[in-house]
Ligand binder design. Sequence first.
Ligand SMILES: Cc1cc2nc3c(=O)[nH]c(=O)nc-3n(C[C@H](O)[C@H](O)[C@H](O)COP(=O)(O)OP(=O)(O)OC[C@H]3O[C@@H](n4cnc5c(N)ncnc54)[C@H](O)[C@@H]3O)c2cc1C
Length: 473
Amino acid sequence: MKRIAIIGGGISGLSAAFALEQERRAGAALDYVVFESSSRLGGVLVTDHVNGCLVEAGPDSFLTEKPWASDLCRELGLADELIGSNDAERKTYILVNGKLVVIPDGLMFMVPTKILPTVLSPLFSFSTKLRMAREWFHPPHKANGDETVASLVERHYGPEMVDRLADPLLSGVYGGEASQLSVRAVLPRFSDMESQHGSLGRAMLAARRKMHASPNPARPLFTSLKQGMQQMVDALLARLPAASLRPGTVVQSIQPQAPGWVVSAGYGSDQFDAVIVATSTQSGSKLLEITSPEIAAELRSINYSSSVTVALGYDQSVRAALPPGFGFLVPRSEGKRMLAATFVHNKFPHRAPEDRALLRCFLGGARDEAILQFRDEEILRIAREELHQIIGLTTEPLFARVYKWPRAMAQYSVGHLERLERIERLSDQLPGLALAGNGYRGIGVPDCVRSGTAAASKSLSVLGFKRPQLSPA
Ligand SMILES: Cc1cc2nc3c(=O)[nH]c(=O)nc-3n(C[C@H](O)[C@H](O)[C@H](O)COP(=O)(O)OP(=O)(O)OC[C@H]3O[C@@H](n4cnc5c(N)ncnc54)[C@H](O)[C@@H]3O)c2cc1C
């Protein structure tokens, strides 16, 4: 009987456990244990039910175009529970000089593909519009190495595009800043488009034409579950034997000891044949400090930012008065603490009754770690004050919830991909070790599912079980 330890019971660790469980049920002689320091499993996937509303504390959905999370849901028997975002309502605003301006039609991420709506939009100044026109003739450019997202976007469209779109969009996904994040790790398509086509606008248009020519019908941008993201965690837990789950157990260290690994947790230690570290890279670094100071140093150098979400429920009068659309983003130059807000009742069905409005505000991120230290009441006061300033909302909410996520969002800085290569080389020297989580090749839920599954594959193949080898973390 081979034994595998999984450290970290977030979606990455649980996906790894599910892959091992399937192998076990298929007859493989193996046993596994999921160690999770918190008393609940699921990591940042948490859904609350408040006053008839479904409130997501962490992620609310995943990108449909990345298939791994939906595929896992289907394997878990949740195919009928998958729902798409209400894309007919998809309209997002940017706060510009204190006013909400809608992102014009045809803007794909931050690349304009339709001339008229962009030219007529008050989102950009005349000089940025001029740069957009010139961008069309940008010659192909092969960058020598990695660079920040800000530097690539600025080369094409100037600094206003970085401030008004690149930064707010990236802070929504990574809680990070365009001036820090690696273009190769975060927007690899942009580097490819630039080297092949020169102009991002022309490249995007070519991609869009191809997409429209494809026989596949348009799919919603985001996918979620009727009962919220927690439904995925609950379905996973229902498939895993309770004896394999150890919530409330902090792992202190992992050390190789022939023929396997010793995992020290709580007051005891246990022997395993292989270990999957599915924590943040910061936690992983501490676990591996004694075994491999080199890998520990590489893992430590991947930084994380913190996030705060504030959910606010309102009555029908607020719902009727709010602007249509999915919500708004706030550029740093507007001088607010709020990074974004989602009008949840518009984005997904099944989230709020018809007579309720549900708002979700995002604060924190790489430039506002300090807010994590504030009391919930103070964070709520700031969110409400800024909602007043931005959308004129003064109504007392029916309910409010504040959720803090310290150091939860990995920041892929310049050189991230080279760092991953070094980490992979070093971890290959430690047989039986596999790494998974949001610190490596994608921060979204689908990427985490993929990394957990790939780590399980790596462990199985090292232990001599036949499994298709996916690329691990
Ligand atoms: C507020 C917020 C909103 C987000 N929104 C979206 C979204 O809409 N769509 C999307 O796709 N992604 C979103 N993300 C990103 C995505 O949810 C995360 O990247 C992903 O869920 C991380 O999963 P994980 O298992 O790798 O890490 P985690 O969920 O952080 O789990 C790691 C686990 O390891 C445990 N652990 C750490 N150290 C130890 C130890 N020594 N011993 C035992 N256990 C340990 C921790 O307690 C934790 O539970 C969001 C993230 C946040 C925070």
